[in-house]
Design a protein around this ligand. Structure first.
Ligand code: PMP
Length: 460
């Protein structure tokens, strides 16, 4: 008998962010296609992709305009190195990114995934200070509970123990400031007051360490892989002022939250700030191809611009830098934003998400339902009032994941947090149905005590 795709897969593949032994009990799901917000399994089962396949998809699977743009580009130029050579899609995309991002971000450096973009921003920031005669500014400040990717530099400035702890001996040491995460606020505080109070912790670190700090790196408004924890935009406003005052760069990692996820095209807009570096990836190509861009200021660019012999150049490269196919996908994605009222339409969808999940706030094991734009998170807790979490070993989220799959939805909880971060083509009816599936899943997952060992699917 010919082996099934699952058997062949398990015979050869090693999957990302997975304890492979889990697949002894948890079947892999072969997918043969996708259309709109739906994925279609090899066996004909359909799954509503409530998490945009790790937050990359914006306008649905197999979106025909993006697909056609890639096909068109493939017929003329698939790739050329971007050192010494250039091409129309790379230039046009850079111009358009410059035009739609916050003011002051005028230079674009391409990479090919989110983690690489973070590496670029970290290296550029340090190198800027070095070129200016301050080589001692070589450290980075991060927020507690932040996530910036899996490569060693990105992991070093992250703070999610599940991914980081094992590799600690390999990592540079970051300075960690308290998170403005509103879930952790005192009962009498609101999100805004809490964010401002937490900013005082950042100020203490900068006051003491600014002389050795190159940059602060943050995920604006939502700490996505850190269980979709959210914070008030006032924190970013305050942080921008602190970075200016203490002369350190601000790196905004909008890899997950960019391109409309938080209700504005970029999350930084809600605080009215411009970072010194902005990292973009994921939705940049509508979820079709890997591509990342790091935007920075003319001042940073100029600090590298000199005679070759002075060795101030940024000699960083990835083979696929500025890949024309990926740039074509990104341009087609930006065309959709330019041609359709995406952000306005999303407001109605965000309202539908809020309304459909509102009853869950009263669930005895839901501690918080929170939302920022098109990201909605439901935090399960063992004890609602005291916010005592379920122990991770119980894998409550995994129960919701399994239930949703049975019902035809892809919900991949982060620990005890169930969240929706859907493609923008989801309909209000689909949102209501999804909320029902989530509610059933939460009921099932919290109904009794369970004690299955090992970790929860908990990946960005
Ligand atoms: N930064 C943030 C905020 C992310 O959410 C992610 C991925 N989830 C990354 C960086 C890393 O991106 P990639 O997976 O493309 O390396």
């Amino acid at each position: 008998m010919t082996p099934s795709l699952i058997e062949r897969d398990l015979g050869v593949l090693w999957h990302p962010c997975t304890q492979m032994k889990d697949h002894e009990a948890l079947p892999l799901i072969p997918i043969r296609g996708g259309r709109g917000a739906w994925l279609e399994g090899l066996d004909g089962h359909r799954y509503l992709d409530a998490i945009s396949s790790w937050w990359v998809n914006l306008f649905g699977h197999a979106e025909p305009r993006i697909g056609a743009a890639i096909a068109r580009q493939a017929r003329t130029l698939e790739h050329v190195l971007l050192a010494g050579f250039t091409h129309e899609p790379a230039v046009r995309l850079a111009e358009r990114l410059r035009d739609i991002t916050p003011p002051g971000l005028e230079r674009v450096f391409y990479a090919d995934n989110g983690s690489s973009a973070v590496e670029v921003a970290l290296k550029m920031s340090y190198h800027y200070w070095r070129n200016l005669g301050h080589p001692g500014k070589h450290r980075f400040v991060t927020l507690a509970n932040s996530y910036h990717g899996e490569t060693l530099g990105a992991l070093a400035v992250g703070d999610v123990a599940l991914y980081k702890a094992t590799y600690e001996p390999l990592l540079m040491e970051a300075l960690t400031a308290p998170s403005p995460d509103g879930y952790a606020r005192a009962p009498e505080e609101d999100y805004r007051a809490h964010a401002l109070r937490q900013a005082a912790g950042m100020e203490r670190i900068l006051a003491r360490h600014a002389h050795e700090v190159a940059a602060v790196i943050v995920e604006p408004l939502v700490q996505c892989a850190g269980n979709m924890r959210m914070y008030h935009p006032v924190y970013l406003e305050r942080l921008r002022a602190l970075c200016d005052h203490y002369r350190v760069h601000l790196i905004a990692d909008e890899i997950a939250v960019g391109f409309g996820r938080t209700g504005t095209l970029f999350a930084c807009e809600q605080a009215g700030i411009s970072p010194d570096f902005m990292c973009l990836s994921k939705g940049l190509t509508g979820g079709f191809l890997p591509l990342a861009a790091v935007l920075t200021t003319e001042a940073v660019y100029q600090a590298f611009y000199d005679d070759y012999e002075r060795l101030t150049a940024f000699l960083h490269s990835h083979s696929y830098t500025g890949n024309p196919l990926a740039c074509a996908a990104a341009l087609a994605t930006l065309d959709i934003f330019a041609g359709e009222p995406v952000i306005e339409r999303n407001r109605a969808l965000a309202r539908a998400m809020a309304e459909a999940t509102a009853p869950l706030a009263d669930h005895p094991h839901v501690a918080e339902v929170r939302q920022t734009g098109m990201i909605l998170a439901i935090e399960m807790a063992k004890d609602k009032a005291g916010r005592e979490p379920y122990p991770w070993q119980e894998r409550r989220g995994l129960r919701v994941y399994r239930h949703a799959l049975e019902r035809g939805a892809l919900l991949r909880p982060l620990g005890n947090v169930i969240y929706f971060m859907p493609p923008y083509v989801i309909t209000p009816e689909e949102i209501r149905w999804l909320a029902g599936v989530a509610a059933e899943g939460i009921d099932r997952a919290t109904r009794d005590r369970c004690a299955s060992p090992a970790s929860t699917p908990n990946a960005p």
